[in-house]
Design a protein around this ligand. Structure first.
Ligand code: FE2
Length: 197
């Protein structure tokens, strides 16, 4: 289960009021990217993709947190009965399925980390998990950016970027380029400088 587009927009707007920040715009661009990419893929639902992109960071409504936003989003969406949305709140940060690759503070308890690990290990990633992981990398609060620049920027700010995570994110781009038969930047961005990168 996941919310309707209208309900998702309502939740996002309400949440941004609770914790204002650039994360709302980032969420909107993530959703747009996901919608545009899935429109090119037969068998994927672009409405579902938009909604999953829109609320992937919804844990941020509960304040400025690092790994805490994953846990908060997961618990909040589950509390509303939106299990498919809760799943994305969990999987979007772990393209390699490894919690230890999280870039940022582990601001939750050891028991909570263990719970997230257990839940992650039960999942077999599907194309919606992969799609939102990719779109999360592509979407800045100002629009689609070069993934490599974005990863380098994160590396500079946090002084680390796990190499396996970097390679996995690049693989996700290739994966969806094979599926769509098109360059991902060409699908998601009007900035022709990015096309072909
Ligand atoms: Fe995000």
């Amino acid at each position: 289960m996941y919310p309707t587009r209208e309900e998702a927009i309502r939740i996002l707007n309400e949440s941004e009021k609770m914790n204002p920040g650039p994360w709302k715009k980032h969420s909107l661009f993530t959703a747009e990217c996901a919608e545009k990419i899935t429109k090119k893929i037969e068998g994927m639902d672009s409405e579902k993709a938009y909604i999953l992109g829109l609320l992937h960071d919804i844990g941020r409504r509960f304040g400025v947190k690092h790994l805490g936003h994953v846990l908060d989003g997961y618990n909040y969406m589950n509390s509303l009965g939106y299990d498919e949305m809760a799943r994305i709140c969990l999987t979007h940060s772990f393209s390699t399925k490894d919690i230890n690759t999280y870039i940022g503070k582990f601001d939750i308890t050891i028991e909570e980390v263990e719970m997230l690990k257990t839940e992650l290990s039960k999942l077999e990633y599907d194309d919606y998990d992969r799609l939102i992981q990719l779109c999360d990398c592509l979407a800045s609060p100002n629009g689609v950016v070069n993934m490599i620049d974005r990863m380098n920027d994160v590396e500079t700010r946090y002084n680390m970027y796990p190499e396996n995570k970097r390679q996995m994110n690049l693989k996700l781009k290739e994966y969806f380029e094979v599926k769509t038969g098109q360059n991902i930047y060409e699908i998601t961005s009007d900035d022709k400088v990015l096309w072909g990168k």
